[in-house]
Design a protein around this ligand. Structure first.
Ligand code: ADP
Ligand code: MG
Length: 303
C-alpha cells in the first residue's frame, strides 16, 4: 500500500501542495485530476522521490520514499515513472529502448518480453526503428512499454496518452489498464482527460488550491459533483438555482415554464450541444437534432 501522510511542498517560496494525505491499495488505479498548474506533476515527482517533501512522509509498504537529499540515485526498483517528457534514448531502436532495463542473462526471455510489450503498445512493426524517427505519440508508447518492462509494483504516469492520436488512444487505454489490473500493478495517473479515467480508475483525487478537494470513485463524483470544478471534468453543465445540472439532464419538451431561445448549435457526433438563453442566462443542453438559432423551445430538468 502507498501511504501519503500530510505532505507539503513548495518551489522556492511558492506553496504548491499543503497537507496532502491519501493512500492507495496494491493493484488499485488512482487518478489525479486538477486544473493545469494545480500540482499534479509535482505530486507524482514527490511520490517517485524526484523531489523532497518539505513536510510529511510517503511510504510504499515499509519503505519510506525519500528524495534527492537522501538518495544518490533517484527512484526505486519497485516503482516506474513516465514523465510528461518521457526521456528515451533517441539513437537506439524501439526494441532496445524497451529492453534497456531487462536483464541480458536470459536472452530468449528478454526477447519474448520485448515482443509482449511491443504488442501491448501496438508498436510491433516499429521494433527496429530508431526512436528519433518516431512521432511524439509513438515515443510516448515506447516510454510506457519501457516502464512496464520489469513489472514494477507501482507505476506513475503523467498525462500518459497526451501525444497519442484518437485512432490509437481507445485501444491503447484498454490494453494498458487491463494489463495493469491483470498483473495487479498499482497505478497513479495524472490526467485531465476523462476518457483515461472514468472507465478504468478506481478512485479520483481532485487537487485544487494546494489541497485535495475530493477523493472518491468516478461514479460517486459524477453523481455528486459538489463544485463546478468537479462537474466541469465530466462535461458541459449548468448551475440552475444553485444546483449543478449536466447538459444531458436538460431536455426539450412540448411545453414547460422554462422557455429558452436557442443561440448556437454545435455538432458533437451522437448529439448536438445547444447553447440557449434562459431567463437572461446562458444554458447548455443536448438534443438529437439540429435546432435553428433564434428558435424558442421549452425545456425541463430530468431527474
Ligand atoms: P500540473 O501538472 O497540475 O499542471 P505542476 O505540478 O506541473 O502542475 O505545477 C504546479 C505549479 O508549480 C505551477 O504553478 C508551476 O508553474 C510550478 N512549477 C512547476 N515546476 C516548477 C519548478 N521546477 N520550479 C518552480 N515552479 C515550478
Ligand atoms: Mg503536469
Amino acid at each position: 500500500m502507498l501511504q501519503v501522510k500530510n505532505i507539503s511542498f513548495k518551489y522556492q517560496k511558492n506553496p504548491i501542495l499543503q497537507d496532502i494525505s491519501f493512500s492507495v491499495e496494491s493493484g488499485e488505479y488512482v487518478s489525479i485530476i486538477g486544473e493545469s498548474g494545480s500540482g499534479k506533476s509535482t505530486l507524482l515527482k514527490l511520490l517517485y522521490g524526484e523531489l523532497d517533501v518539505n513536510e510529511g512522509q510517503i511510504f510504499w509498504k515499509d519503505t519510506e520514499i525519500l528524495g534527492p537529499k537522501h538518495n544518490l540515485v533517484v527512484g526505486y526498483d519497485f516503482m516506474k515513472y513516465v514523465s510528461q517528457e518521457f526521456d528515451l534514448m533517441p539513437f537506439i531502436t524501439v526494441a532496445e529502448n524497451i529492453g534497456k532495463h531487462l536483464s541480458n542473462f536470459y536472452p530468449e526471455e528478454k526477447q519474448a518480453r520485448i515482443k509482449e510489450l511491443l504488442e501491448i503498445v501496438e508498436l510491433t512493426p516499429f521494433a527496429d526503428k530508431k526512436v528519433k524517427l518516431l512521432s511524439g505519440g509513438q515515443k510516448q508508447r515506447v516510454a510506457l512499454a519501457r516502464a512496464l518492462a520489469n513489472k514494477p509494483e507501482i507505476l506513475l504516469l503523467d498525462e500518459p496518452f497526451s501525444h497519442i492520436d484518437n485512432f490509437k488512444k481507445q485501444n491503447l487505454r484498454r490494453s494498458l489498464f487491463n494489463y495493469l489490473k491483470e498483473k495487479n500493478i498499482t497505478c497513479i495517473v495524472a490526467s485531465h482527460d476523462k476518457e483515461d479515467i472514468l472507465p478504468y480508475s478506481d478512485r479520483m483525487i481532485v487537487l485544487n488550491n494546494h489541497k485535495i478537494l475530493a477523493n472518491h470513485t468516478p461514479e460517486y463524483l459524477y453523481n455528486n459533483p459538489k463544485t463546478p470544478l468537479i462537474a466541469s471534468f465530466f462535461g458541459e453543465f449548468n448551475v440552475i438555482d444553485g444546483n449543478i445540472i449536466y447538459a444531458h439532464q436538460l431536455q426539450i419538451v412540448e411545453t414547460s415554464d422554462l422557455k429558452a431561445t436557442v443561440k448556437k448549435c454545435y455538432f458533437k457526433g451522437t448529439y448536438y450541444l445547444i447553447e440557449a438563453e434562459l431567463k437572461r442566462e446562458i444554458v447548455f443542453f443536448e438534443n438529437s437534432q439540429y435546432i435553428l438559432p433564434n428558435s424558442q423551445v421549452f425545456i425541463t430538468i430530468l431527474n
